[in-house]
Design a binder for this molecule. Structure first.
Ligand code: AP5
Length: 216
């Protein structure tokens, strides 16, 4: 996938773009930890859930369709999700993307690979007990339409049925980096730091830390 806009072509040397996917059940702490990773390791954080919520806010027909699906705790079709994700990536000049909440099923994996011909460097899996995730979501209080017990349970079911097989797929490729996400925010981040510090080129000197999170 050419991540650069038309006007950028030829003006900049083609960069190798590094992608890390972050997956985990609803409330496992993906958004919370991605903000910290972006800040400390210089990644651009893209939350797929947030991209979809922005489309809902735009008032488009696609947005109405997404809203209905999200309310039911189901997955948005991959062609829509991957197109919006690609647009978001093309709009940002970065060579390190942290993609939060993706992929969620095998269709997501295939759509991404077909479109981009790219593979993630690795996949961070936040493994958290369901009762802990439920407790976190019920006390989040941010007015999300899908944070009610009925929809939360459906989201758990979708995670078990659709997302776990993608974890197995990446495990077979040696790309899963699993952390125990049931601990405190600081403890989870300590484990994550070890993973992101392993590749030398992941390290960014403090003065060059950048955070281009779409969600702040
Ligand atoms: P999305 O917005 O990604 O929701 P989610 O996966 O259900 O995850 P959440 O955002 O609810 O939780 P999180 O893991 O980010 O945890 P957070 O850090 O916020 O997706 C929503 C919907 O969009 C999906 O259901 C689907 O319909 C659709 N969608 C998204 N991606 C899609 C895709 N690829 N394909 C198709 N459809 C897609 O933390 C939660 C709470 O816990 C916060 O209050 C936080 O402060 C707290 N907390 C976090 N960590 C800790 C900790 N360690 N200890 C205590 N509290 C903590």
């Amino acid at each position: 996938m050419d991540l650069h806009k038309e006007g950028d072509r030829g003006s900049a040397k083609q960069k190798k773009v590094k992608i890390v996917f972050v997956i985990g059940g609803p409330g496992s702490g993906k958004g919370t930890q991605c903000k910290r990773i972006a800040q400390q390791f210089g990644y651009t954080h893209l939350s797929v859930g947030e991209i979809l919520r922005q489309e809902i806010s735009s008032g488009s027909e696609t947005g109405s369709m997404i809203q209905k699906i999200m309310k039911e705790g189901k997955l948005v079709p991959s062609d829509v999700t991957v197109r919006l994700l690609q647009q978001a990536m093309q709009g940002i000049n970065s060579d390190k993307f942290l993609i939060d909440g993706f992929p969620r099923n095998e269709e997501n994996v295939k759509a991404f690979e077909d479109l981009t011909k790219m593979e993630p460097e690795f996949v961070l899996y936040l493994d958290c007990p369901q009762d802990e995730m439920e407790k976190r979501l019920l006390s989040r209080n941010e007015g999300r339409e899908d944070d009610n017990i009925e929809t939360i349970r459906k989201r758990f079911k979708v995670f078990m049925e659709s997302t776990l097989p993608t974890i197995e797929y990446y495990e077979s490729k040696g790309k899963i980096r699993k952390v125990d996400a049931g601990k405190s925010v600081d403890e989870v981040f300590e484990s994550i730091k070890v993973i992101f510090s392993q590749g030398k080129d992941n390290k960014v000197p403090p003065s060059r830390h950048k955070c281009k999170c779409l969600i702040l």
